[in-house]
Design a binder for this molecule. Structure first.
Ligand SMILES: Cc1cc2nc3c(=O)[nH]c(=O)nc-3n(C[C@H](O)[C@H](O)[C@H](O)COP(=O)(O)OP(=O)(O)OC[C@H]3O[C@@H](n4cnc5c(N)ncnc54)[C@H](O)[C@@H]3O)c2cc1C
Ligand code: SF4
Length: 231
């Protein structure tokens, strides 16, 4: 502020420095000591979204003896995983979800609110007020933290590869449904990265590669005569 900026005017720089110090000292007359404040933290947690992420978060939080409100807009817990037949190691999702849902529903620290949505949240970390719509009723909750676990939205690839115009063209979600129904096909082609890794959506979904490989292996195991290509 002084010596560097006014290095060619040493005496005036010194005067300026003295004035700045005087101003700073004068200001101290108006300063007040910092007060130690205790702000009570609400020990309840609101988890929005009853998929596998929301349920796992709720169980973890409840295991720390904190009370949890788990809000799910749908009629049941479980989320997107219900649409998947089995995971990579062959375990049926119904077995995974059945167990987690039961543990959540039986946990006395977790209150599950189905067909409910959060309409508004106000406040700050430690003290939030959330306004909810639970079926036909309104509910106000006071919580200390909010976990958002609302999942992702699936792309409906209408503008790609005649999707929607031919029932044989399905997404991997549709493929999961077909696998449950035991369908027949001579050849299956899986096209990767549809709608992502391009200008509009440059990111990678991080699920479809594993999903394609999982389904391809399953198809080859159960129907070895079916040819599977992954592009
Ligand atoms: C085609 C496909 C295949 C996959 N296959 C596998 C696999 O084989 N193995 C594997 O491990 N993973 C797989 N995944 C990934 C896995 O399905 C997801 O990672 C997982 O289901 C995500 O869980 P989630 O709880 O984050 O989200 P979701 O399951 O989507 O749950 C979010 C929940 O939040 C609710 N919600 C949304 N908005 C609100 C709101 N405003 N208020 C209240 N509730 C709300 C929704 O109704 C939903 O129940 C696959 C994904 C896809 C797309
Ligand atoms: S997970 Fe695989 S198929 Fe899906 S966007 Fe990423 S690279 Fe493409």
């Amino acid at each position: 502020q002084c010596s560097w900026v006014h290095r060619r005017e040493k005496e005036r720089a010194t005067e300026k420095a003295k004035t700045l110090i005087e101003m700073a000292v004068a200001k101290t007359r108006f300063l007040k000591p910092l007060q130690r404040q205790l702000i009570p933290l609400n020990q309840k947690v609101l988890v929005i979204g009853g998929g596998v992420s929301g349920m796992t978060a709720s169980l973890d939080i409840a295991s720390q003896e904190l009370e949890v409100y788990l809000v799910e807009k749908g009629p049941r817990l479980g989320g997107f995983l219900w649409d998947i037949d089995r995971i990579q190691d062959g375990t049926h999702t119904i077995d995974i979800l059945g167990d987690i849902v039961q543990r959540v529903e039986k946990n006395p620290k977790i209150t599950v609110l189905l067909e409910s949505e959060v309409e508004e949240v106000e406040g700050h970390g430690g003290n939030f007020k959330a306004m909810l719509r639970c079926k036909e009723d309104k509910l106000e909750l006071e919580v200390g933290a909010v976990v958002i676990a609302v999942g992702a939205k699936l792309l409906v690839p209408n503008e790609y590869y005649n999707y929607g115009k031919n029932e044989k063209i399905v997404t991997q979600r549709g493929m999961e449904k077909l696998l449950r129904e035991d369908f027949e096909a001579k050849k299956i082609v899986m096209i990767q990265c549809v709608g992502s890794r391009e200008e509009k959506r440059s990111y990678c979904s991080r699920v479809c590669c594993t999903e394609a490989i999982k389904n391809a292996i399953y198809i080859k195991r159960t129907k070895p005569e079916t040819e599977v290509f992954i592009l």
